[in-house]
Design a binder for this molecule. Structure first.
Ligand code: IMP
Ligand code: MG
Length: 176
């Protein structure tokens, strides 16, 4: 079915997302107190979530960015993970929290986890805003999860379709 140009239909409102992000931030702050926490924002999709999450964690922390591309301009996974931008500092000895917008097939996350473990962080955990369990190809452990969604293509709050919609304040589904 072709994807049309109407506004996406709201699935998670801005206020519902904010409440969940605040709760995740409080939980993370409680569990990482006294540890050297590095938030790893996986670009591009996680930039909005990571910005809100970082401000919801009341702890000293570092932020790093990793550019990853796993989709073309289509709504299906290419299965290929391309690193488009690397970290700027070592993470050896740090507690790494990977911040992902969405875990779909799990291919991106399992690849990233493997790559990052080679850099010898003390721990690696995952915080994902969204999870589509119905599409799982690789089993992945998500330590902090915002919401579970059905097998629909979602946009907004950082997530795109062909680079559009990242700036929507809510998460929506493209109207058929
Ligand atoms: P995975 O490797 O299939 O788990 O896909 C992970 C990446 O694909 C996510 O980090 C997103 O960037 C992108 N992605 C997967 N599903 C969606 C979606 O419904 N909307 C927008 N991007 C998606
Ligand atoms: Mg992503």
């Amino acid at each position: 079915m072709p994807l049309m140009d109407g506004p996406p239909v709201e699935l998670l409102s801005a206020s519902v997302i904010q409440a969940r992000v605040q709760a995740l931030g409080a939980q993370i702050a409680a569990e990482y107190a006294g540890k050297s926490l590095v938030l790893l924002c996986v670009l591009k999709g996680s930039f909005v979530f990571a910005a809100d999450l970082a401000r919801a964690i009341d702890l000293p922390l570092r932020v790093e960015f990793l550019g990853v591309r796993s989709y073309g301009d289509d709504t299906r996974s290419s299965g290929v993970v391309q690193i488009t931008q690397d970290l700027t500092r070592p993470i050896a000895g740090d507690h790494l929290l990977i911040v992902e917008d969405i875990v779909d097939t799990g291919l991106t996350l399992s690849y990233l986890r493997e790559q990052l473990l080679a850099r010898l962080p003390t721990s690696v955990k995952v915080c994902a805003l969204l999870h589509k369990p119905s599409r799982s190809v690789r089993p992945v452990e998500i330590d902090y999860l915002g919401f579970t969604v059905d097998d629909v293509f979602v946009v907004g709050y950082g997530l795109d379709h062909a680079e559009r919609y990242r700036n929507l304040p809510y998460v929506g589904v493209l109207a058929p």
